[in-house]
Design a protein around this ligand. Structure first.
Ligand code: TYD
Length: 144
């Protein structure tokens, strides 16, 4: 399988239904997101200065949205790093499998909405950074 890189993490502009009384952003499974949505979860009440994430997923794909407020997502593919600032409910960061991520700098009241391609599975997580690097290297070496 092709190794994923931070350049594969793209920010999608989601549809906005405009109304003087406010906006709506609809998201469909295998529509605006390129996978079937199996799970939705959200992070909220994140204390100032907290870091979330700190892991990669073997198979899970996600769309990450700042449903309110803002935060930064630090992306790492084992070779390159990139930080994406999310601050609009109509922008979604598309995360392929096997990207290490940390979520930092949550604004007060910041809510991180996540649409995920699989149900929760602890075995899909890589929580050790050295193990992540080794797995990345294996995939890259396997392609040489
Ligand atoms: P985790 O994904 O590590 O949180 P974050 O990346 O935001 O820091 O999850 C924290 C805990 O919550 C962990 O014990 C697993 C549990 N959890 C579920 O049970 N179901 C879920 O859908 C998620 C995302 C987490």
């Amino acid at each position: 399988m092709k190794p994923t890189t931070v350049d594969d993490c793209s920010v999608l502009e989601l549809p906005k239904i405009e109304n003087p009384a406010g906006r709506i952003t609809p998201i469909h499974s295998a529509g605006e997101v390129p996978f079937d949505i199996a799970r939705v979860y959200y992070l909220y009440d994140v204390p100032g200065g907290a870091t979330r994430g700190g892991h990669a997923h073997k198979g899970l794909q996600q769309l990450i949205v700042a449903a309110s407020g803002s935060f930064d997502v630090i992306l790492d593919d084992g070779t390159s790093r990139r930080t994406v600032h999310l601050n609009r409910p109509y922008l979604g960061l598309l995360m392929p499998r096997m990207i290490w991520r940390e979520l930092v700098n949550f604004s007060s009241g910041g809510t991180c909405l996540v649409l995920a391609s699989r149900r929760y599975d602890a075995a899909d997580y890589i929580r050790n950074y050295d193990e992540f690097l080794q797995l990345k290297k294996k995939v890259t070496d396997g392609r040489r």
